[in-house]
Design a protein around this ligand. Structure first.
Ligand code: SOE
Length: 386
């Protein structure tokens, strides 16, 4: 069987997470086509070569245009900052390559739509990197909701809290530069919560909310180091043009009420994504930092014995678990990427639509743009307007 030959664009945090997933995927999952890490692409030849060696790619390119034009690459995996997603994805689609793209899909909904249109027109597979929905607990939550275990859904509550940019001396890294990332905590963290909300509860029709930037200017970064960066002691400052925090409420098409929060200013919270869904027959809740657990309350349990129960989602009967370890030998953040690339590889091999696709990326982007617009207008915004 012809391998799926991957070309990776960008090799920092997400490039490493994706490469780790591609390396481990064949160890645990049987894909219909083998996986090959063929080419790694980065602008700096020496660094790219070092990363290619470490991450297991056979070859290096320093120009993504050359990568996209290669006959020996089937899928382009875009992990570079958001401002390059659109150009690379459209060129990849036009060259007939399947595309995996990190979130947020693009800087604006219009750009995201152009990417979706290009991929559809070319008939290539397209997937966006909403890895959190691949946590087994969330796949189980989705199954339970679809089976009607919660009945009619009344509430979705989701937050994603971090604390890594509270220091006003923390430099203006690319995740704080609108021209590179599109938005701040909303696009970086809120996007995952919105995806989870749509995955579990359904589409949103309108929102109102607010975004806030607490630290208005920061030292200009000299050198990026992972998520962080270094700035000289007398580095000039630049205005911060993205949100530090975003909060909004939403009305779902099915009548449910949504409450959303994303921030990097919650002291003590490192990667704290929390979700709760309340329905007429029961509730579920999930905390990413305890991702092998799903909490469930059933109002159908015997009176007097009702209460929250913790389902440890780490047995062979749970989603993906038959591929991993014996019961209770828990998995973590990196495995969510293995699951999403299993989906991508099988979609390519089986010539079917991927989920989450660029279409999901566009819909999440619409909701984020609506939340920003609502904040600036101090009003409700209908998603159809975006
Ligand atoms: C940084 O805020 C970040 O790494 C995001 O970019 C990721 O999407 C999220 O998984 C964790 O936080």
């Amino acid at each position: 069987m012809q391998p799926i030959r991957f070309g990776l664009v960008g090799y920092k945090f997400m490039g490493k997470a994706h490469s780790n997933a591609l390396a481990r995927l064949p160890m645990f999952f049987d894909t219909d086509r083998p996986i090959e890490r063929r080419v790694l692409c980065g602008r700096d030849g020496a660094w790219a070569a070092e990363a290619a060696e470490k991450f297991g790619y056979a070859q290096v390119e320093t120009d993504w245009r050359k990568l996209v034009a290669r006959d020996d690459v089937d899928a382009i995996d875009i992990t570079a900052p958001s401002n390059v997603h659109k150009e690379v994805a459209i060129a990849a689609a036009q060259a007939g390559k399947h595309i995996f793209c990190e979130k947020p899909l693009a800087l604006t909904t219009d750009d995201a739509r152009e990417m979706l249109d290009a991929a559809r027109k070319a008939g290539v597979r397209h997937q966006i990197g909403f890895n959190y929905r691949f946590a087994p607990a969330l796949v189980l939550a989705k199954k339970m909701i679809d089976e009607g275990k919660l009945g009619r859904i009344f509430h979705f509550r989701g937050s994603f809290l971090q604390d890594w940019i509270i220091d006003p001396e923390f430099p203006k890294v690319w995740r704080l530069d609108k021209s590179v990332c599109g938005s701040g905590s909303l696009g970086d963290l809120g996007a995952h919560v919105i995806d989870a909300a749509r995955y579990l509860v359904g589409d949103i029709e309108s929102v109102t909310g607010l975004t806030r930037t607490f630290v208005k200017e920061r030292p200009i970064v000299e050198r990026m180091t992972g998520l962080s960066g270094k700035a000289g002691s007398d580095a000039p400052r630049a205005p911060v043009d993205v949100d530090d925090a975003a909060a909004f409420i939403a009305s779902f098409e099915n009548g449910a009420v949504g409450v959303f929060e994303a921030t990097r200013f919650s002291q003590g919270h490192k990667n704290d994504m929390r979700l709760e869904v309340n329905g007429e027959k029961g509730s579920i809740r999930f905390e990413f930092e305890r991702m092998n657990e799903l909490w469930y309350f059933s109002a159908e349990d015997e009176p007097g014995l009702q209460g929250w129960r913790m389902i440890q989602v780490s047995e062979g009967i749970h989603p993906y678990w038959d591929k991993w370890w014996p019961a209770g030998h828990v998995i973590g953040f990196p495995e969510t990427f293995v699951h999403e690339f299993y989906e991508f590889a099988q979609c390519i091999a089986q010539e079917r639509e991927c989920a989450p696709s660029f279409e999901d990326g566009v819909k999440v982007s619409q909701i984020m743009d609506a939340a920003e617009l609502a904040s600036s207008r101090r009003a409700w915004v209908d998603i159809k307007e975006i």
